[in-house]
Structures are given as C-alpha cells and as structure tokens.
Design a protein around this ligand. Structure first.
Ligand SMILES: *Cc1c(COP(=O)(O)O)cnc(C)c1O
Length: 458
C-alpha cells in the first residue's frame, strides 16, 4: 500500500515514511491510494487482536510482516482491562454503547496510542534513528501518548496542552509522568492555538533539520487505522445486517475511522456526529458552510475544537480525491476564514453524515437521565452521543461510543447526578504525585526554542 496526500494526489509514499512524518510537507494529510476490502466472514470467531491484524495489515504490508504485526498487537492489548477489549453494551432494543475506556488512561485514545508506541519501538530497534514526538492535546491524546511513550528508548515527547483548559485529572495524568524523555508544555491559549503551533513546527525547516519530528495527533494515519478496528469489532458483537454509529467528535479522527471502516466494506448506514456547542462540523453538514468561529469552553473539553483537522480527509474524499480542489478550498478558507461547499459536495457529506450539537445543559440532563433510567454513569463527551442515541426513533441499530471514563470529568458528572462518583484508585492517586510541566506563551517561536534546547541537551 502506498500513500498520497490530500494536497498532492500524485504522491507515493511508503507506510514507514508516513509513520514518522505525520503531516505531509505540502501541508496535507496522508491517505492510502486505495481502500482495501475486508471479507467480513473471515473475521468470524477471531479475537480483538486477530481482527485488528486483518484490518491493519493491508495498510502496512510493505513494511511489516504479518506475524510481527500480530505480535505488536498482542502486546498492545494485553494490559487492557476488559476481556473483550471494547465491549458492546445493549442499552435497549437497537440502542447500543461501545465502551472504549479499558486502556491505561481510561479514554478511547489508548486504543490507538498504545499501538503507536509499540509500533515506533519495534521499528526503532532496528535503526540508529532518534525521534521527537510532538503533539497538541485537548486532554486525552496527551495523556494517552505520554503513557504510551514514557521511558521508551530513542524517543523524546513534547506535548502541548492549553493551560488550565483541561480537566484536573487529565492534567495530572500528563504532568505526573516525570520520565526524562517526557516534556509537558502548557500553552497560554486554547486547543486550536496549540494545534496551530504544532502544524507550523511540522513545516519548519530548522526544526526538521535538527530532529525527526513525529506526529501523534489524530492526524497520524496509524492511529486512525487502529481505531477502524473497534467499528468492525462492534459489528461482530451484534446480529445486525447493518449498523449506524454516533460519534462524539472534535478533531474528526474517531468518526473518520468509521468512514474508513465503511470504505473497507463494513455495512454502515449513517454516521452521526455529536458535538458540544463548538458546532462547526454541524454547520458544514447541515449547510455546507465552513466558517472560522471562536472556541468556547464546555464540559467536554476534548471536543472544544473548531478547526477539525481530519475533516480535510473527508473533504478530499468528497471532492473525488482531487487535491487541486482541496488546495483551493483551504487557500480560500485561510484567507477569508470562510468556505461554502456547493450543493453537490454538500449532498455527498449528507449521504453519510448527520450532525447534532448538544449544549452543556443538555449534556448534564442526559448524564442525569441515563443514570436514573439505566443506572449508567456517562462522562460528558459520551453524553453528547447518548442524547442523540436516546432521541433516535427509527428502526435501525445505532451504536454510540463511550469515549472516556466518567471519573476523568468528575466535576461535571457530580454536578449532573448530584452525588460524588467513585474514582478508580489509579486516578485518585495522581493527586499525591509530583508534577512536571513548563508554561509557555502562545507563540510558535517560544515553543520551537524550548524544543531545540531540550533535544540538544538530550
Ligand atoms: C479525543 C476525544 C474526543 C474527540 O475525538 P476526535 O477523534 O478528536 O473527534 C471525544 N471524546 C473524548 C473523551 C476524547 O478524548
């Protein structure tokens, strides 16, 4: 399998090239040149790790042996905290939850990032290379990445998070990892600011020359393919002929993985985007209008995003994989802060996607309702999806994703159900631990100098 870029459809890169590069030098995101098809029958009676191997192998076949891949996957999911890894729970007839909270940091990001850490280590074992992992996080990516890469040889990790805009547990999950290859940077700004700095550094020649920069944001292709697995896995746990998913969305990585699953042959009807009040994705899907808006802080901080990086991949797909047109869209969008998709493109978005924006008060009401009716405690991100799920009146099977453990966002959850929830010991212990982080201004130059200084000393 070879890879092209959303901004250059003539590109032809190997998986190993794109694994470490993250963002393409032309500013685009990588996608495979074609979609491999999966025979659903071949997945029957396989374990999560075996299903993962079938799905991921066609994307990495040029660089990794199948046996090697299976070994990496077995290692990756061995320490997950549930025998089914990602269990499907039936809330009521045709309404399901897919629980993705059994990794070391209690959010779905672990399913991909634990894999990425092992993938990097395996490939670095055989080379003299050292890499610098650079990422921006609205909370969960950062902790999942740090827990995946801590103390790994030949890897330094720099994670930017918006200062004081992640939950206290999310912050502690990152900053209490004091291994010397881990650098937490708290930026005085919001998540979009952090993401912008990271994007600028990835096209910065000076930093590219001094180290091999590696993206672990949800723009990283290897992460997306690891997420494709649980969409297939949830289908395998039902007796349905077709299923539909509701995905609480921010950077559009998780739901784009569902789109990939659909391209690979998983019988998906619709994908329903749930957002909080940061609703740019809803505007795009409802009216074709993509417009820069400011970010507001909500109870679901991992979705406090208005520039959803991975949506560029969907634009590329819906523009018939024509990178010239993608370039036009983004040139116009970055100069005017605005782009209007025409009706034919809008119709393509709507063939697949629906979208709802759930505000903070609906989020808390949903947490309360679901607790009282089903005795199920949902975190605020998950609750945006549950609101959509509970409102579904059609006869179709809908699966809504459980994105994080409620204890990670206990302030909002306690408020909603008016009682203190139990916090797993691994999480409450964090508050007794020493923290390590550096606060920097919202400036690409400051972050760049910090990184250059640390890697030259390492
Ligand atoms: C990352 C995250 C999201 C958003 O997922 P995207 O892939 O960015 O769309 C939603 N909920 C939680 C808990 C997350 O960590």
């Amino acid at each position: 399998m070879k890879y092209l870029s959303t901004r250059d459809d003539s590109l032809s890169r190997s998986f190993n090239d794109i694994l470490y590069q993250g963002l393409s030098r032309d500013g685009g995101l990588y996608l495979p040149q074609s979609w491999p098809k999966i025979d659903l029958l071949s997945l029957k009676n396989k374990s999560y790790e075996e299903v993962a191997c079938e799905i991921i192998f066609p994307y990495v076949n040029e660089n990794i042996e199948k046996l090697e891949l299976q070994k990496i996957l077995n290692e990756t999911y061995a320490n997950f905290n549930h025998e089914k890894i990602a269990p499907l729970v039936e809330l009521e007839n045709n309404k399901f939850l897919l629980e993705l909270i059994y990794g070391p940091t209690y959010a779905f990001k672990d399913y991909a990032l634990q894999f990425l850490g092992n993938l990097f280590s395996t490939s670095l074992e055989m080379s003299p290379k050292k890499i610098t992992v650079l990422g921006a996080t609205s909370g969960d990516t950062g902790s999942a990445a740090i827990h995946s890469f801590k103390s790994k040889k030949d890897i330094n990790v720099f994670i930017l998070h918006p200062h004081n805009k992640v939950s206290p547990i999310q912050q502690k999950q990152m900053t209490t990892v004091i291994d010397k290859n881990i650098f937490n940077i708290a930026v005085d700004g919001n998540f979009d600011d952090c993401q912008k700095i990271v994007k600028e550094l990835f096209v910065d020649d000076e930093i590219q020359e001094s180290t091999s920069l590696t993206a672990v944001n949800s723009i990283n292709w290897a992460r997306l393919i690891a997420q494709v697995v649980y969409y297939f896995w949830s289908y395998l746990q039902t007796d349905k002929h077709q299923i539909n998913f509701i995905v609480p969305s921010g950077n559009f990585g998780n739901i784009f993985s569902a789109f990939v699953a659909k391209q690979m042959g998983l019988p998906i009807g619709h994908l329903h985007i749930a957002t909080n009040s940061n609703d740019i994705l809803k505007s795009i899907v409802d009216t074709g209008e993509m417009k820069k808006k400011s970010v507001s802080q909500t109870y679901s901080p991992s979705m406090d995003i208005q520039v959803s990086s991975n949506f560029e991949r969907q634009i590329f797909e819906s523009l018939n994989r024509d990178s010239k047109r993608v370039n036009e869209v983004f040139e116009s969008f970055s100069s005017k802060g605005f782009y209007q998709f025409d009706d034919s493109v809008l119709a393509k978005f709507q063939q697949i996607y629906k979208a709802s924006s759930i505000d903070d008060s609906q989020t808390l009401e949903t947490i309360k309702y679901v607790y009282e009716k089903y005795n199920y405690i949902a975190d605020p991100h998950t609750a945006t999806g549950l609101k959509v799920l509970l409102d579904k009146k059609d006869d179709e099977a809908w699966v809504s994703l459980v994105c994080a453990h409620p204890a990670k966002f206990d302030n909002a959850v306690n408020k909603a159900i008016n009682k203190e929830i139990d916090i797993p010991k691994e999480l409450s212990n964090l508050f007794d631990k020493e923290e390590k982080m550096t606060i920097l201004p919202n400036s690409t130059m400051d972050v760049k100098n910090f990184i250059l200084e640390k890697i030259s000393n390492a």
